[in-house]
Design a protein around this ligand. Structure first.
Ligand code: SF4
Length: 232
């Protein structure tokens, strides 16, 4: 595992649980608004944290933490993710993965081996816009497959979209609703400029809250819970 950071405790990353947050280094996407450039651009990587020390830390927190959130970067491109999660599961932790959904084969294995309890999957936009938004063309089938896998699993999940005005329209968001129709939980995340992989995106803004409220009303007809919350 290439681990770029550890947050020892979080009350907001794993819904309803006290979790640590492990930040994986590396991502196969290049979303221009990404707020973790130091985990995505190899030129900005710092020295990796030692996997053994991360596991030791979690061993010492058994009974104090409920869960571990594994985020990035993109966790599912890590070669030894499954074996790492097995170690954490053996300590009794619930595991949440934040993923861009580009590696459905990895998600399928994590689900089948009961190594994940909660999946938060980014939906970058309608499938036809993935190349433009992520810089990675030809990934739409993998995204659709990940959505299908999650919806047919027994794992808790949410889908979420960071909304940047110059990249997504109201119609795009309604199309995303078709992709994840009948899902339980969807978060619309207005883009909040703080850090960005492409610094010019610090000048960008979200679609208006009024527009997002309208989208929420429409999507609420096919998704159980649609919320609006700031991107983190
Ligand atoms: S937003 Fe997520 S998927 Fe996109 S570049 Fe950043 S870490 Fe990767």
């Amino acid at each position: 595992m290439k681990i770029g950071g550890l947050q020892k405790v979080s009350l907001i990353d794993y819904p309803g649980e006290i979790s640590s947050v492990i930040f994986c280094q590396g991502c196969n996407f290049r979303c221009p608004y990404c707020h973790n450039p130091e985990l995505v651009d190899p030129e900005l990587f710092s020295a990796c944290l030692c996997e053994d020390s991360i596991l030791s830390f979690h061993r010492s927190r058994i009974g104090k933490l409920d869960a571990v959130t594994v985020t990035g970067g993109e966790p599912t491109i890590q070669q030894d993710l499954a074996s790492f999660l097995k170690c954490l599961k053996a300590m009794g932790y619930q595991i949440k993965i934040d993923t861009n959904g580009s590696m459905p084969g990895v998600l399928a294995r994590l689900i089948a081996e009961h190594l994940v309890d909660y999946i938060a999957m980014d939906i970058k936009g309608p499938l036809e816009k993935y190349g433009k938004i992520t810089g990675m063309a030809g990934v739409s089938e993998q995204i659709a497959e990940s959505v299908r896998l999650i919806l047919s699993s027994n794992v808790n999940y949410e889908f979420r979209t960071t909304v940047v005005d110059s990249l997504l329209t109201e119609e795009d968001l309604l199309n995303v609703g078709d992709l994840i129709a009948q899902s339980r939980r969807y978060a619309l995340q207005p883009f909040v400029p703080s850090k960005a992989l492409r610094p010019q995106y610090l000048e960008e803004k979200s679609l208006s809250l009024e527009t997002l409220a309208r989208v929420r009303g429409q999507l609420g007809k096919k998704i159980d819970s649609v919320i609006i919350r700031p991107s983190t």
